[in-house]
Design a protein around this ligand. Sequence first.
Ligand code: ADP
Length: 395
Amino acid sequence: MSDLILVVNAGSSSLKFQVHEIVGERQLSMLMGGQVSGIGGSRPAFRVKDGAGECLADTQLAPEQAKDLAGAQEIMAAWLQPRMSGPPMAVGHRIVHGGPKMTRSVLISQDIYDYLESLVPLAPLHQHNNLAPVRVIMDHWPEIRQVACFDTAFHRTQDRVVERFALPQEFFDRGVRRYGFHGLSYQYIAGRLRQVLPEVAQGRVIAAHLGSGASACAMVDGVSRETTMGFTALDGLPMGTRPGRLDAGVVLWMLEQGMSHDEIQDLLYNRSGMKGMSGISNDMRTLLASSETSARLAVDYFTYRTAESIAGLCVAAQGLDALVFTAGVGENSPEIRAAVCRRLEWMGIKVCAEANADNALTISTPDSRISVHVVATNEEEVIARQTYDTISGLL
Ligand code: ADP
């Protein structure tokens, strides 16, 4: 065994990984991180960087090499094996759904695996992919310890009122409740704020994770109070291919029109959101560069609903001291941040155009009543830390 922790984040179109070395008491150092992107598409790629950001690999793959997640796993394993000083001490996985039982990361046994597999219907776009590499390692290297790190666990601090739907109790008892997601990202943001803006970290903060998936979370002193995603990762903000909040009556109407479960699922997970509204793309960069009316409408809808949700989350936080933008869109798009903040000017938010254009840590003006920040998220680092903490009791 080496002193290495392998982090695996298997998504719908990408397989991300990082290798961390245990360098001292509770100290981890990221040695390399990379991804197979564009899985199942026409232009898959493989890229790896070292801990200092230097490129270690950058290759275009043939579509048949990365036609599915299994192919992507083979590419990752073939590249990593000669570069690691032995099998990893543990592998930490991003698992989207932990259901009601999982309030923290956990060592994966066959029983835990079976429980996590039973949650696949609650996250059809993610859970199955997240578990695929776990199964491969269980089958081929059963001696390697594996840890599941959950997107839902961070939100288990929420009030019971927040977790409920206004449905009969029996549905809650059967697991129909608001779980919330992107928890690994929010945990990273809470920890990072403690390092770089400690006074902000203690206050009432709303973090907006705006990527292909999008949500926002109200935290007080780094503890989750409410988040926009609920029972599944469909709720809340509009996303790349998901609609966000939707009147349940729309789904009933679709059923009445004769659409099947699979057709509705495909529509809601893969063909809605920015892609469906614009009819052009799910990529925010493409929409921002487009002069088509449908692209403008999609972007306006995105910024309107994001601002509206941020305002709504203020009830859970009982006010707001700071707003934090993160993830692909949140970290890189001054235009989206400016548009969301413009819709929140009435709350006393003022953005400095220059700082915003530079993606600076603080983008609000000194006289803004609420400070606004840009913080890059790092879910893989949280997974490495949770994996280390989970196995360290067993070392
Ligand atoms: P995920 O990890 O959920 O796949 P990311 O957090 O990487 O997603 O975010 C992907 C999104 O970020 C894409 O929609 C992409 O268009 C958007 N994005 C990346 N860079 C920019 C940018 N400079 N301006 C606007 N959007 C951007």
